[in-house]
Structures are given as C-alpha cells and as structure tokens.
Write a new protein. Sequence first.
Length: 324
Amino acid sequence: MTSLIITNGDSAADLLNAAGKQGVIEPWRDCLHLGPVPATDSDADLRNIRAAYLADMSDRDKAEILTELEARDGLFEMHKKFDTIELWFEHDLFDQLQLIQILDMLAIHGRLENVFLVQAETYLGMKTPDNILDLADLTQPVSKTMVADARGVWAAFRESDPKDFAACFQLKYPEMPHLRLAIGRMLEELPGIDGLNRTERQILFSIQRGVTRPGPLFARTMAMEEGAFWGDTGFFALLSKLATGTIPLFNGLSEPFTPSLLEDDERRKTFITSEIELTDAGEAVLAGDKDHADINQIDTWIGGTHVTNDNLWRWDPAKRTLTT
C-alpha cells in the first residue's frame, strides 16, 4: 500500500521519517498567515505570488521556491498512485490555514476517498521519533462536511475584503474543532482600534513590562498565544517594522531585520540580545492615546485583503466585529 503523508513543515516530516513512517512524506512549506494569498485564476498564479513572497522573506531564490511548490502541488495531480493520503496537522493558525488549502486542492482533484486526518492538539515538532506515531490514534476519515467547511473558509480568506471571512467566524465547524479559533486569531492580525494588531500589541505590552531583548521577547509573545504559530523570521521582521516606521514605537535594535541576519552568528547574537525600550509614541499607542495607523504606514495582508491606510479594515477584539 502506497501512502502520501502531508504535514506542516520539515521538523514534523523529519520526525515522521525518523519514526519509520512509511510512505511519501511531504512538508507543506508555506506560512499562509503572512503575505498575499489572493483569489487567482489558477493554482499556478497563486504559486507564483507565494514564491515571490517567500523569496523576499527568506533571501532564497524565487525560481527555486517555485520549483518546490510545483513539485508539491504535482503530488495532487498523481493522487491516484497513492492508496491513502494522510494529513498530519496541529491546532494552531499556521496549520489550520495549510489544512484548508490542502482540503480545497484535494476536492479540486476529486480525491475524497481514503483521505485521513491526524489533527493534534499539541505541536508535532515537539514530539520525538519514539512518540510521534502515537498520534495516529487520532486518525479520522476526512468527511464531505470537513471538505465543504474548509473550502468555504479558504475561499472567504482569499477575498479582497475580509467581510465573508469574518462571517465564517460566526459559524461552527463541529468536525474541525480548531478552525473557528484559527479564523478568529487571523482576524486579530487586522489593526485594532489602536492601529495595532494583536501580535504588535503583545510585543509592546511585553516590552513595557520589562522583556527588553528580542530573543526573550519572541518567547514571551508566543507564550501569550492559545496556539503559537509565528516563526522567528516573520516575528523578527514584524518587530523590526515597529522600530523603523515613520514614528518608531520602540528603539534599540542593533540593525533592521533582514533574513540574512539569521545566517550570521555574530549579527544574530547581537540582534537578539539588543536592549530595546518603548518610545513616547509606543507608550502613547499602547495606552490608547494615539492611533498607530495615524502616525505610521499600515501595509499587511490578511489572505486576499491588502490592508493599508487607504484600505483600513480593523477588528474590534472586544466586540469581535469588523470596522473600517
């Protein structure tokens, strides 16, 4: 029996290999909570957009990434060669977005039979080769309801405004118990009434309370999550953005973040041990006395929605509603 096993990244794939999991093991190397994920005329168009974004955030060659994405998606073209397909994913936002994309692609290729989901409430990368296969006890068949729910959310996520995606947050997904929480967490990455998204607010809050070095700040901010989903590259890029705006919200980084910094041991050490502190503007924004969107440029993506000062969608976390 030939199996295709798709999981959330290289760490989980390596663990499954080390544990002796039999089959073709494919890591899904994309962080869909970052950058543009718009509705496109074809999968090829989306691959091209994502390859360009992933190259920018990693300093890797776009053509190399595009080749990887084409090979990854090509597995769906040849799905009939696999007797079973297993999806090994976690509860957090990073994984849930990957999962709904994969379920959508399986539906497009007409593959709904002998597809199984292992949906863990723990982080796969924190398992060991000795215990990761214990999660197989969570295996359940992928149902038509799961696929329909995933496809609806995936389509809404990719729209040019977030209204339908926000409407998805009001629904229930009984066979995908982590999906609604993931939708809500993605919506919290929209600017709030203070112009900050949730991650930015957690960063400033933590700095104010004495976590003043980027390394511990990353750990502290992730500890504030119900399901941690940030990688270090994306987090440090966001951190640097707060320090390099028109009116910085904190000072003290050794240099603006670039992906190459992580490859240089000395620069990386200097960066993650920088001593940082809030500026007066950062204190004022955190206190609600200033609006980050009034004093700095907003430029972010929530799926297919490009959020800018001129297209300023906000999420009120208290009311759990969109505002503009």
